[in-house]
Design a protein around this ligand. Structure first.
Ligand SMILES: *[C@@H]1O[C@H](CO)[C@@H](O)[C@H](O)[C@H]1NC(C)=O
Ligand SMILES: *[C@@H]1O[C@H](CO)[C@@H](O)[C@H](O)[C@H]1NC(C)=O
Ligand SMILES: *[C@@H]1O[C@H](CO)[C@@H](O)[C@H](O)[C@H]1NC(C)=O
Ligand SMILES: *[C@@H]1O[C@H](CO)[C@@H](O)[C@H](O)[C@H]1NC(C)=O
Ligand SMILES: *[C@@H]1O[C@H](CO)[C@@H](O)[C@H](O)[C@H]1NC(C)=O
Ligand SMILES: *[C@@H]1O[C@H](CO)[C@@H](O)[C@H](O)[C@H]1NC(C)=O
Ligand SMILES: *[C@@H]1O[C@H](CO)[C@@H](O)[C@H](O)[C@H]1NC(C)=O
Ligand SMILES: *[C@@H]1O[C@H](CO)[C@@H](O)[C@H](O)[C@H]1NC(C)=O
Ligand SMILES: *[C@@H]1O[C@H](CO)[C@@H](O)[C@H](O)[C@H]1NC(C)=O
Ligand SMILES: *[C@@H]1O[C@H](CO)[C@@H](O)[C@H](O)[C@H]1NC(C)=O
Length: 480
């Protein structure tokens, strides 16, 4: 019985607790409401009007601040706005704040507000996209929790000196431009699908992206320092144009699908791309202090265009340049030999031009070989030479036999005094190549040298200087 009473007491107490919870829920709901209506825009024209949000837990639809609003506006109440927050051309607005907003499931757009100096959203972490433009009085943000989830960030024409408070890890597009006081852009970004642009900001902007591994494109202009030690892949381009950087290091970068562009960087002295395997194109020009380039692992590129005061370019493992390859160094001594060879070997497939010194690889008497002789042509010549060698050997053996039958008893005289008895027509003269051409070949191809040596050996078994196989002179003598 006592057990039963205890159980009943427990269930009563449970029911009491449940009632209490329900009551608390009800009272809390009565002051914390869902406000607004989905898809619509509510315009707030003053800070007084903004107090109507005080009991809203979330707000459906967009909120705009009317152009007549002025002074400080507090959007306290909702922790979430399911829509955009649009504040444009509110010329007398001095501060915009929300101590409660955590999420903005839409765009946060601030534009053209000359007096706005304070932006304080200490709990805000999530926004679909940020577009802050023409805010000449904004020197910093108060995003204490840190904006960690934003797809697109566009910040232009502000007085920001740093991006502190923007703690993005993964973004779609980040565009930071024309912020003349921006000195530091240190972002924890790991990926940026579309890419990252820093253009026309302060003259000494330090861009630090220590965790960035992959991105669409990276564009840097008017940057004095850039650091992306983990960057390994760009599905777009790397464009570094018009900067004051002195060194650019991207040693983890292995693939750039589109272009690597380094141009007009007046102070750039050192460039390091130790891991780059392939690039859509490489364009390096007008960096007056840049003299050496080392692309130690570069195997493939669509186009290569390099100009300026470059004295050394290392591309030791290049296997394919699909289109044009132009090296236009100001150094008249620039050594083009390796690239001449790459072109000769069809590693460089399209238009090729290298200004500098060219070394002829096999100088010798007679006309020098075409530097651009294709591998196929060389193969053809080599094959021809092998056939010739075989014919020579067969011919010579046949000749020896014939001689042997005719002059069995005089065999010992061979190699000393057989000249007069030579039968000139035994080896048809027209099977021998023209003298000059044969020289050229014999110096290019091991196989031909062997033929020549073979022929000399045969010649020794024959009466001395029998057929002029070694040169034009004796051949003329024989045939003449
Ligand atoms: C918010 O709720 C409180 C308490 O229920 C109430 O006194 C106040 O009038 C409400 N404010 C607004 C703007 O609805
Ligand atoms: C800024 O707002 C003012 C006032 O509405 C307007 O006259 C001006 O054209 C705007 N400027 C820009 C660049 O939008
Ligand atoms: C946010 O802005 C982008 C363009 O910048 C637009 O495509 C998108 O529809 C906007 N989002 C909302 C919720 O209006
Ligand atoms: C971000 O910007 C890119 C490029 O402009 C656009 O394609 C994409 O829709 C934008 N994303 C959002 C969420 O606004
Ligand atoms: C750039 O900024 C990073 C971190 O913000 C700092 O460690 C580095 O020293 C700065 N570099 C220069 C050249 O100012
Ligand atoms: C920024 O870059 C542009 C284009 O390269 C250049 O004309 C301009 O002088 C640079 N500005 C500064 C302040 O360095
Ligand atoms: C080469 O260097 C000199 C001296 O620094 C500079 O004046 C010239 O503009 C540079 N040429 C190129 C093409 O960068
Ligand atoms: C070069 O051409 C080949 C075949 O057309 C293609 O598969 C390859 O992707 C190209 N490489 C580059 C770097 O453009
Ligand atoms: C090579 O560079 C010089 C200036 O440095 C330029 O005048 C010339 O047109 C360039 N030639 C090619 C083929 O690009
Ligand atoms: C040019 O480079 C080739 C290959 O590295 C080398 O054999 C040759 O000696 C160099 N020529 C000069 C003039 O340095």
């Amino acid at each position: 019985m006592s057990f039963l009473r205890k159980a009943t007491e427990m269930s009563i107490s449970r029911a009491h607790n449940a009632l209490l919870v329900a009551f608390l829920c009800f009272t809390s709901l009565s002051s914390q409401q869902a406000c607004g209506s989905p898809g619509s825009t509510t315009t707030i024209n003053s800070n007084a009007a903004a107090t109507s949000l005080a009991n809203c837990s979330s707000f459906a639809g967009s909120i705009a601040i009317g152009e007549t609003a002025s002074g400080d506006v507090y959007l306290n109440g909702p922790s979430e706005i399911v829509g955009n927050l649009v504040v444009e051309n509110v010329l007398a607005l001095t501060s915009l704040n929300s101590d409660t907003l955590e999420r903005l499931d839409g765009n946060f757009s601030l534009q053209n507000m000359t007096l706005l100096s304070t932006l304080s959203f200490p709990l805000l972490t999530t926004v679909v996209s940020i577009n802050f433009h023409a805010l000449p009085n904004i020197a910093g943000f108060t995003f204490t929790a840190g904006l960690s989830s934003v797809s697109n960030v566009t910040i232009s024409n502000t007085f920001l000196s740093s991006l502190a408070g923007i703690n993005l890890l993964n973004a779609d597009l980040v565009q930071i431009s024309n912020n003349p006081h921006l000195l530091n852009a240190d972002l924890p970004l790991e990926t940026s699908k579309q890419g990252i642009e820093f253009t026309s900001n302060g003259i000494s902007l330090n861009v630090t992206l220590p965790q960035l591994t992959t991105a669409g494109s990276i564009t840097l202009n008017n940057v004095s320092f850039a650091f992306f030690p983990s960057l390994s892949f760009l599905s777009g381009s790397l464009s570094v144009q018009g900067n004051s950087i002195t060194a650019l290091t991207a040693d983890s970068l292995s693939v750039v699908t589109q272009d690597v562009i380094l141009t007009e960087n007046a102070d750039l002295k050192e460039v390091s791309f130790q891991g780059l395997l392939s690039a859509g194109s490489i364009d390096i020009e007008e960096n007056p202090l840049l003299t050496t380039l080392n692309f130690g692992k570069l195997a493939r590129a669509g186009d290569v265009n390099i100009g300026g005061n470059i004295t050394v370019i290392e591309m030791p493992v290049l296997t394919s340049v699909n289109n044009t390859f132009i090296l236009n160094s100001t150094d008249p001594e620039f050594n083009c030999s390796i690239f001449d060879t790459d072109h000769a070997n069809s590693i460089i497939k399209g238009t090729y031009s290298c200004q500098g010194t060219h070394q002829v690889s096999t100088p010798g008497p007679g006309p020098s070989p075409q530097p651009g002789l294709s591998a196929a042509a060389k193969g053809g010549i080599a094959a021809g030479c092998v056939v010739l060698a075989i014919l020579l050997v067969i011919g010579a053996r046949f000749f020896i036999k014939r001689r042997g039958w005719k002059r069995q008893e005089a065999a010992t005289a061979f190699g000393t005094d057989g000249k007069a008895e030579m039968e000139h027509h035994e080896i048809p003269r027209n099977e021998l190549p023209a003298g000059g051409g044969r020289h050229e070949l014999s110096e290019q191809h091991g196989v031909v040298e062997m033929v020549a040596r073979d022929a000399r050996v045969i010649a020794h078994e024959l009466p001395s200087e029998p057929l002029g196989i070694d040169g034009g002179g004796p051949a003329r003598e024989v045939s003449g």
